[in-house]
Design a protein. Structure first.
Length: 260
């Protein structure tokens, strides 16, 4: 009996199907399926519905604080990052002090310090949201400074020399040559830090800001059911970070295609 061999097109089709299966985001599919089941189960129980309804009030404040703090951190980080690569010893020293000190102190300590030391000293006794936002911004500004520094130093030295040969000043070189490329390279890292800041905003519950974690603590203390309150808070945080993670992956693909 003659042996039937698969055609080239059939073999190619099987290879493509295998590659398609391998390229599927199985981690995302599993999270979505399990998350959908968990959310459905929660919505079937009245206590979970009450907890979720109460905690939804804190999502808006959590997102607002995270966005504002990150916007300030981006500016602080850029200034400190430029200082970290500056040849001026004064700028370099000031930037390095800022980065090393804020990176060396736990974020929770910085938040408490801003609320109970810095805020009262400047007359902000009843604005915990402002103190907490500034604390997050100050700490993450130090983290982002190192991201900017790495991006700036990754630019080929030859481009800087070419810019100087064209008569550009240092400011013009950084403004038109170095920074556009450096920022494009570090966009994925910057986006990942925003996800980290969003999660670290839960530490603001230490100074009684009614963000998501604080409301979960209040709900648990009020109903004596910390299990459901914290489960609901964890699910809401996971939903927020999952959406942001998908956005980061999209940004990474877009920036990699532009570089290619």
């Amino acid at each position: 009996m003659a042996q039937v061999t698969p055609t080239a097109s059939a073999r190619q089709g099987r290879v493509l199907n295998t590659q398609t299966l391998n390229n599927l985001p199985w981690w995302l599919i599993i999270i979505l399926l399990v998350g959908a089941y968990v959310i459905y189960s929660m919505l079937q129980e009245e206590k979970y519905v009450q907890a979720l309804t109460y905690l939804l009030q804190g999502i808006g404040l959590t997102v607002i604080i995270s966005v504002v703090a990150y916007a300030i951190a981006l500016a602080l980080g850029l200034i400190a990052g430029l200082g970290r690569v500056a040849k001026n010893p004064i700028l370099f020293t000031l930037a390095t002090l800022y980065v090393e000190v804020l990176r060396g102190i736990p974020l929770l300590v910085v938040i408490i310090y801003f609320q109970f030391v810095i805020a009262p000293s400047i007359g902000f006794n009843r604005t915990a949201e402002i103190a907490g936002t500034l604390a997050l911004a100050a700490c993450y500004g130090a983290y982002l400074a190192e991201v900017y520094r790495a991006g700036i130093q990754s630019i080929d030295r030859g481009q800087r020399e070419a810019a100087r040969s064209l008569g550009m000043s240092h400011y013009q070189m950084m403004r038109y040559i170095v920074l556009p490329q450096a920022i494009r390279r570090v966009i994925p890292a910057l986006a990942n830090d925003f996800i980290a800041l969003l999660k670290d905003s839960s530490l603001l519950s230490a100074i009684a800001i009614n963000e998501l974690t604080q409301l979960a603590r209040i709900q648990g203390a009020r109903t004596f059911d910390f299990f459901r309150a914290l489960n609901a808070a964890a699910m809401l945080y996971l939903m927020l970070t999952l959406v942001l993670s998908l956005g980061v992956r999209w940004v990474e693909r877009k920036t990699s295609n532009e570089r290619a």
